[in-house]
Design a protein around this ligand. Structure first.
Ligand SMILES: Cc1cc2nc3c(=O)[nH]c(=O)nc-3n(C[C@H](O)[C@H](O)[C@H](O)COP(=O)(O)OP(=O)(O)OC[C@H]3O[C@@H](n4cnc5c(N)ncnc54)[C@H](O)[C@@H]3O)c2cc1C
Length: 402
């Protein structure tokens, strides 16, 4: 049996951030990753300015191999059914376009933690003064013993299932899929991430350039047909935006726990097991997850260090510390904050004010119609309730934490 101060499950950005804090404090930290590293991660790789600052401050400048082409992104362009488009630059300039396979591996290595890849978490037993972690490595059972375990294993977290078996039934699930196309002609500016607020296209529709190809992505509730949804978007892009693409050459998709932040429901763990990153529900609007994943991971690491120094229960310390990140994420979904504050890292109010009065009215009407799309969704009531709570008292009222 291998012993360590902390075992982290998953070798992604939240894990790297947590591990950095732990290793810097002198704690022996082992990261378990089910895939062989460097591993593929489905992601657009558009890093927000806050995520960029975190990487620079904690891990240093990114190596070239950690970037896709185009190597940077200027911001986001929103498109509406009324054919109004709004481009918003990120505050503080462009940000890197991450190649997650290599950026994550680089951050993990920079953290200084010991990494066991091809090692799948299978279960755990919290015995109060230590946790036993059961894993499978190359077909063999392996056991780890640690004071604390951090579940940083992403949206379909098995660590959560080990402590709250019913949790997956308590949140909305989406499917996101993207296809890669060779470009015949594409008038969409490659310097921006493009997003459509269009009820006829789906809950989440995006496109951007990567390594000479164009990605077309769709997000929808589980059970819908990926190919049909995607075909519809490709046809729309051709007819409305003059985008001409060849038949796709590859595709990928996954289940996403989009929604915990939308319905104010987070999961931070139990006893000596902490949950962090997207597993715990952190995901900003339009699917930007890296900044909150990095920050929540760092908070999990800091909480372990702080709990030891002050001889406090780690769960209590983590929940107190992570509240600021919950507030930040939840504010992103607060219409009042969006209208009068700057919860996002690109200036929506400023881009809106650049439009004519007529265009502004069209955008607001289109946004409202888009929001109504969620009515037909099983979780529509919870989403509406969470939105009302945010309007009544900005911040994170009604946030329910497991
Ligand atoms: C299509 C798509 C596009 C996206 N685009 C963006 C974007 O442009 N910008 C942005 O900021 N965010 C984006 N996101 C979100 C972003 O990818 C996630 O929010 C972020 O990667 C979450 O990081 P994490 O560390 O919490 O977990 P993850 O990145 O999900 O990593 C979890 C890790 O745990 C490992 N793991 C899982 N189960 C086990 C197990 N049983 N045992 C051991 N290891 C395990 C996985 O292999 C993985 O390495 C996108 C997501 C998707 C799906």
């Amino acid at each position: 049996m291998r012993t360590a101060d902390v075992v982290i499950v998953g070798a992604s950005l939240s894990a790297a951030a947590a591990a950095k804090r732990l290793v810097d404090a002198g704690l022996e930290t082992v990261i378990l990753e089910r895939l062989e590293l460097p591993r593929h991660k489905i992601c657009s790789g558009i890093l927000s300015p806050r995520g960029h600052r975190f990487l620079l401050e904690n891990f240093g400048p990114l190596p070239r191999e950690a970037l896709h082409e185009p190597t940077s992104c200027r911001g986001v362009t929103f498109h509406f059914p009324s054919m109004v488009s709004m481009s918003m630059d990120f505050f503080g300039g462009t940000t890197p376009h991450l190649h997650r396979k290599f950026s994550d591996h680089w951050a993990i290595k920079q953290s200084g933690a010991e990494v066991h890849d091809r090692t799948s978490f299978a279960g755990l037993e919290d015995n109060g003064d230590h946790v036993l972690v059961k894993a499978r490595r190359l077909g063999q059972d392996v056991v780890y013993k640690a004071r604390t375990v951090i579940g940083a294993d992403g949206p379909s977290s098995l660590v959560i299932r080990a402590i709250y078996p019913d949790y997956p039934k308590q949140i909305p699930w989406f499917f996101v899929g993207q296809k890669f196309h060779d470009i015949v002609e594409c008038p969409l500016d490659p310097q921006y991430f493009h997003f459509w607020f269009h009820p006829g296209l789906g809950h989440y529709t995006w496109s951007h350039a990567r390594d000479g190809r164009q990605i077309v992505g769709v997000g929808f509730k589980r059970g819908d047909n990926f190919d049909a949804r995607h075909r519809n978007v490709v046809q729309y892009l051709r007819e409305k935006h003059g985008v001409q693409l060849s038949e796709h050459t590859s595709h990928e998709g996954c289940a996403e726990n989009f929604g915990p932040s939308l319905i104010n429901r987070y999961v931070f763990g139990k006893g000596n097991v902490l949950i962090t990153g997207q597993a715990s529900g952190f995901l900003n609007m339009i699917g930007e997850g890296m900044s909150c994943t990095l920050h929540s991971g760092a908070l999990a690491g800091e909480a372990v260090v702080e709990a030891r120094l002050r001889a406090r229960p780690v769960q209590e310390v983590y929940r107190r510390m992570v509240a600021s990140e919950v507030r930040r994420t939840t504010d992103q979904w607060n219409p009042l904050k969006i209208a009068f504050g700057r919860p996002h890292e690109a200036d929506f109010p400023e881009a809106l004010m650049r439009l004519s009065w007529r265009e502004r009215a069209l955008v607001l009407r289109d946004l409202w119609r888009f929001v109504l799309l969620y009515k037909e969704f099983k979780w529509g009531r919870q989403i509406a309730l969470a939105a009302a709570q945010r309007l009544a008292a900005p911040g994170y009222p009604g946030a329910r934490w497991l």
